[in-house]
Design a protein around this ligand. Structure first.
Ligand SMILES: NC(=O)c1ccc[n+]([C@@H]2O[C@H](COP(=O)([O-])OP(=O)(O)OC[C@H]3O[C@@H](n4cnc5c(N)ncnc54)[C@H](O)[C@@H]3O)[C@@H](O)[C@H]2O)c1
Length: 466
């Protein structure tokens, strides 16, 4: 089924106070006839000796990046911005005793624009609620900065197109910081896929299945209860990229294959409204949440690629599950790999999973340089998300300093994030299928793989300060 844009846009807005309606952006181009203005896949910007950066959004994720970035050689923190002055002050305090003396921006919802206008910045980190990411990335690029945005980079199709078209026009990097794509098993299996271990990869399964019930209802958790408001106003997979990014890289999406269409289905909400009513019974703060309809508890989407492969991508953030899971199952014509439920396993034939010894031999043979180069340092500084946060920040800075292409480009950011609005459309339309546009304007046919997991392009010169 073809995307009925008007109906879709009307439904894609966020209906609750505090979460803006995301309408009125420039109309997306007709992607079938679009001519690429400039191919950002494989794009390398001129080398930067120092990377002068600013961060917008200093809630949870912004300070976490700041802590990691402070361990990376060759950066200067030149600007910090948050709506809330106390968050800016807390982040500034982290710089006490360091040479970093950033300009501070806070107090109004538009201060981030002033920050992006600051002339001595090369890179803007964007770590605000995700429906703000695209506007901030576009503005940063228009003001001559590279943009690095947290996940997802977009909540609507217009936002997906806005980052693509702006990056092509301004020739600025726009990377979505998909840290899970740097997981040891993720890059191991990416290397195995590239070296033919799986044969043809025919199917992938991925997810972000981890309970966020406590976080979403915590009064002093996320700014303005923004996640809760999203759950109360959206349908579909509202957080697809953690699992999907790595599977898309393994399938060479946007470079040899591309997403074609998806179907999405979700169960009803059996937990969130009940929890909201329970809290509202004793606490007036939760009264406005009590009569809302929440997103279904488990969303399951299936993507088909133009080369006929399939990807199952799931999101469950409400079940009382202990174990976290991104699944990360890769099915090939010659072998299969699966990370969750832990431990990670590999199978090559009908005899079952390979033995622990054979598994370790495979890890030794296929672990790429990026993991070995960084894992000891990540362990020593206690980097977040199993070291992936250090890997992604370090490699971004190292690539910018060496004038190398980045691991994830703007087409990846748009394609992976487009699952947010497209899965919503499918859920609202009895799981009918919907096309996923080609953000690359047919360049996917010739684009080369771009995540340099073997550090072959001569970078890896930036030190980590342990
Ligand atoms: N990659 C990961 O593992 C990971 C982990 C956590 C969060 N995230 C992503 O990071 C982003 C931020 O999440 P979080 O948990 O830090 O949320 P948060 O609510 O803790 O922080 C958001 C911050 O943005 C600020 N803000 C809101 N409006 C602003 C504006 N107009 N100008 C400047 N600042 C503004 C808020 O004051 C708040 O401090 C989200 O997109 C989320 O999806 C990614």
């Amino acid at each position: 089924m073809v995307n009925n844009r008007r109906g879709f846009l009307e439904r894609a807005g966020f209906g609750l106070a505090g979460v803006p309606l995301l309408r009125g952006a420039a109309a997306p181009p007709d992607w079938r006839t679009r001519k690429q203005r400039f191919n950002m896949s494989g794009f390398a910007a001129p080398k930067l000796d120092k990377v002068r950066l600013g961060i917008i959004g200093l809630g949870h994720r912004g300070p976490s990046h700041l802590r990691t970035l402070l361990r990376i050689e060759g950066i200067e923190v030149r600007a910090l911005c948050d709506l809330r002055p106390e968050r800016v002050e807390a982040a500034r305090k982290m710089l006490d005793g360091t040479p970093h003396k950033p300009q501070l921006y806070s107090g109004s919802a538009d201060e981030w624009k002033r920050m992006c206008e600051q002339p001595d910045l090369d890179l803007v980190y964007i770590t605000t609620p995700y429906y703000m990411h695209s506007d901030m990335a576009v503005f940063a690029m228009e003001h001559g900065k590279h943009a690095a945005s947290e996940v997802p980079i977009a909540a609507t199709m217009e936002q997906c197109w806005n980052v693509v078209l702006t990056a092509e026009r301004t020739r600025k990097h726009c990377m979505m910081l998909e840290n899970y794509a740097y997981g040891a098993f993720q890059v191991l299996t990416l290397n195995m896929a590239r070296r033919g271990f799986f044969g043809d990869v025919v199917h992938g399964e991925c997810a972000y299945n981890t309970s966020k019930m406590a976080n979403n209802f915590a009064k002093n958790g996320y700014w303005d209860m923004w996640w809760l408001k999203l759950y109360a106003s959206k349908r579909g997979n509202i957080y697809p990229t953690h699992g999907l990014g790595s599977v898309a890289q393994i399938m060479n999406i946007n470079r040899g294959d591309r997403f074609d269409y998806l179907v999405s289905m979700e169960c009803n909400d059996f937990m969130m409204a009940a929890r909201a009513r329970e809290l509202a019974a004793t606490d007036d703060f939760f009264k406005p949440c009590a009569d809302k309809q929440y997103r279904g508890n488990v969303n399951t989407s299936i993507i088909r690629t133009v080369k006929g492969r399939t990807i199952m991508v799931q999101h469950d953030a409400t079940s009382p599950r202990g174990p976290h899971s991104v699944i990360h199952a890769i099915t090939g014509t010659k072998a299969l790999a699966q990370e969750y439920p832990l431990p990670p396993r590999i199978s090559k034939d009908l005899s079952g999973w390979v033995s622990e010894k054979d598994y370790q031999d495979l890890v030794k043979e296929y672990t790429p340089a990026i993991t070995t180069h960084m894992s000891e340092m990540a362990r020593r500084i206690g980097a977040g998300h199993g070291g992936t946060d250090l890997l992604e920040d370090w490699h971004l800075i190292d690539c910018l300093r060496n004038g190398l292409p980045l691991d994830q480009d703007v087409y990846d950011a748009a394609a992976w994030s487009s699952i947010v609005p497209l899965s919503e459309w499918s859920v609202l339309n009895r799981s009918n299928s919907i096309e996923i546009p080609d953000f690359t304007a047919a360049a996917w046919r010739t684009n080369a793989p771009n995540m340099d997991i073997n550090l072959s392009r001569g970078g890896a010169t930036t030190k980590v300060l342990v």
